[in-house]
Design a protein around this ligand. Structure first.
Ligand code: AP5
Length: 213
């Protein structure tokens, strides 16, 4: 007989436009709960840095603010989801981002006899997104700061490991607008998708990070 899912298992999805603060809230949630953190954007950036075949394939899409094809992303996300550390709960950030990705996740969860606990939607208006993303700086390890809203203690240096903070290639204004357009076209239908399943929880992402948390 297959074992039943423990009721304490937390399987969360962070949903929201680029720059809404998903990564920022993920950092805080991971301090609260021991969840495996699965961020497809981070995985793809790592693949690019490692110059793997996956990284090379993803690069052209990411550079122009487009989504990496479903078949590529579904493969890496579901493989990561089946790792040992994700067995007792996970936090998905940036996946799913299209209806086919959400369908694939649903199928996989059914196969594993697990279920999504909640989908946390972080809502922020487009104008604020542009302000946030243009001021974002990241460390080598991917820790996130903002030049005005969340500055490091020492200019241009990560508080944790002292590495130089840089601007992400896809945070240039023209790419941010393309990413936002893609969000509205391909990802926002997931709001209704999960609302119909009774899983959606809405958060006002325009408030300061500590209040969103
Ligand atoms: P990904 O890395 O997932 O980027 P994203 O979803 O666009 O999200 P961001 O990382 O830009 O923003 P965030 O919401 O985490 O905000 P953050 O906390 O940093 O994806 C990158 C690319 O990879 C995609 O464009 C695509 O090409 C590809 N990809 C990834 N997943 C894919 C998938 N499933 N399918 C297909 N392609 C995929 O905050 C932003 C800034 O605001 C920071 O500076 C922060 O300090 C500041 N801030 C945060 N919260 C607040 C607040 N409450 N008030 C004020 N400032 C705040």
């Amino acid at each position: 007989m297959p074992s039943t899912v423990p009721s304490s298992e937390l399987n969360l999805i962070l949903l929201g436009p680029p720059g809404a603060g998903k990564g920022t809230q993920a950092e805080r949630l991971r301090e609260d709960f021991p969840l495996a953190y699965i961020a497809t954007g981070d995985m793809l950036r790592q693949a690019r840095a490692d110059e793997t075949e996956l990284g090379r394939r993803a690069q052209e899409y990411m550079e122009r603010g487009d989504l990496v094809p479903d078949e590529v992303v579904i493969g890496i996300a579901l493989e990561r989801l089946s790792a040992d550390d994700a067995r007792d709960g996970f936090l998905l950030d940036g996946f799913p981002r299209t209806v086919p990705q959400a369908d694939a996740l649903q199928e996989e969860m059914a196969k594993l006899e697990r279920r999504i606990t909640a989908v946390l939607l972080v809502e922020v208006a487009d104008e604020e997104i542009v302000r946030r993303v243009s001021g974002r700086r990241v460390s080598e390890a991917g820790r996130t700061y903002h030049v005005d809203y969340d500055p490091p203690k020492h200019d241009g240096r990560c508080d944790v490991d002292g590495t130089t903070l840089v601007q992400r290639e896809d945070d240039k204004p023209e790419v941010v607008l393309a990413r936002l357009k893609k969000y509205h076209e391909a990802t926002s239908p997931l709001i209704d998708y999960y609302d119909h399943q009774g899983l959606l929880r809405r958060f006002d992402g325009a408030r300061p990070p500590v209040e969103v948390h």
